[in-house]
Design a protein around this ligand. Sequence first.
Ligand code: FES
Ligand code: FES
Length: 168
Amino acid sequence: MSLAINGKAYGPFEVRDELSMNDFLREYLGMTGTKFGCGLAQCLSCAVIVDNPDGTSHTSPTCVVPAANFSGKSIRTVEGHAQNGQLSVLQKAFVEHFSFQCGYCTPGFLNEGQVLLERLAKTPAARADLDTTIRDALNGHLCRCTGYVKYHEAVRAVILADPNRYLS
Ligand code: FES
Ligand code: FES
């Protein structure tokens, strides 16, 4: 398999059919920012961003998906958000809002929030729908430290700081 991760080409690799994408990232590539939580596609701590050829993006769990399924794809992981030593806008907002405690769920929330921001930059949401939009986007991500409100507030703050970009 070959793929692009955070804009860089990797491969070709030979991988066993049953090797999960989570094990591939963490054990083959040493990219341990992608976490392993439930292993059952229930918590999304293992989610990465998949960039589609049509310019859209979505998140995907990696714990239950074979690495081979990502062959030819372009993905982003938590390691790719900071650029030149600078945290992304959303990462800064997570820090400023004390969104995380242990941080185990943070890569998944970060990837999901980033996908939402990029989607809204293309298709802005109505101001009245903002909270529902954020809630729907982050739904499914579990935080055992119960940081849900703080994550929500951080994403909301990024959007409200640039309403012309994200809101209709
Ligand atoms: S570890 Fe993949 S969804 Fe929980
Ligand atoms: S910050 Fe600990 S699981 Fe979310």
